[in-house]
Design a protein around this ligand. Sequence first.
Ligand code: NAD
Ligand code: UDP
Length: 343
Amino acid sequence: MNKNVISRNSSRKRVLVTGGAGFIGSHLCEKLIAGGYDVLCVDNFYTGTKDNIHQLLAHPHFELMRHDITFPLYVEVDEIYNLACPASPVHYQFDPVQTTKTSVHGAINVLGLAKRTKAKILQASTSEVYGDPDVHPQPEAYTGKVNPIGLRACYDEGKRCAETLFFDYHRQHGLKIKVARIFNTYGPRMHPNDGRVVSNFIVQALLGRPLTIYGDGSQTRSFCFVDDLVDALVRLMNSPDELTGPVNLGNPGEFTILDLAEMVREMTGSTSPIVRHPLPADDPKQRCPDIALAKRVLNWAPTVPLERGLERTIAHFDELLNGKGSAAIRASEFEDAPQALAS
Ligand code: NAD
Ligand code: UDP
């Protein structure tokens, strides 16, 4: 007898979001709850927080489970979004062995879960699978240039291996998989202290501290606002089974890090100086998604220009640093921007 059928007491789709208390995961949980899904958020709070999902905790169709996905998980679900993994270089390099375990053991565990429950499963992969690319912009067919023994490898190679596992489970066991290659995403609820460039610059500018540019600031990134990204993830999950990906998801608007620093200074009215720090090892020189595939098969393109997204992100950090709400933190609690771990 099918246990799935016995345990169903509602027609709502049961969706597991691993890493649901993180930056992107919390926005995804909100969107899924608003869309009428039953959401199980699994997180070990390595970089995520209960504050990110406090607004959902009392919702009857939201459930939170503290669990580390490097250990097996037995739940009954229809769809899985696998987002669990620290995403900021400072965080993923803090315990690199755990980072690889989260990507690889974690993928094996959630794929095993998908196999048992026949759930559709989406992997939050990354533009980092392209490494320091020599093809620009990066299409999905580009196989990348990753240093397998560098400081970023725990993340880059972990995510590459996870993609391999997803495709092997698909070929070998017929799993319904979706692989999203996510490019730099930003927005409210980024960790204020995680060292990523958007959060660093905004917090530094709001606190009147120097903006830390690594290298000469000529390296480029393409920044996607979180609402656009989450919309694309849900579209990908709901796409026909034949569409496995990988699909690039990001905003093709490309900016140098120096451009970004100037924009943040102007938009916050800050007079903070710019200071230079050494470029971290293996820091990609340029990154820009080719999103032709996403446009064609998901009918999706980002809608929020960088300036609008920055306004909303600045407002969030302003409230966090200066607001009176429970989430407000005092400036004194904010360490100086974490430096690149080694160069
Ligand atoms: P985040 O660090 O805010 O969120 C990751 C979440 O996973 C956190 O809540 C963390 O506590 C949880 N987690 C980490 N290890 C875990 C484990 N072993 N078991 C259970 N939970 C665990 O990062 P984010 O920016 O929200 O990224 C979410 C996903 O998207 C990640 O998989 C990341 O690799 C991917 N991604 C993000 C970006 C980006 O720019 N933000 C870009 C490319 C890919
Ligand atoms: N960066 C910077 N100053 C900072 C933080 C980051 O100049 O305070 C640079 C970093 O070296 C990289 C780019 O900004 O070239 C994006 O860094 P982030 O950590 O946000 O993401 P990733 O390198 O993973 O794209």
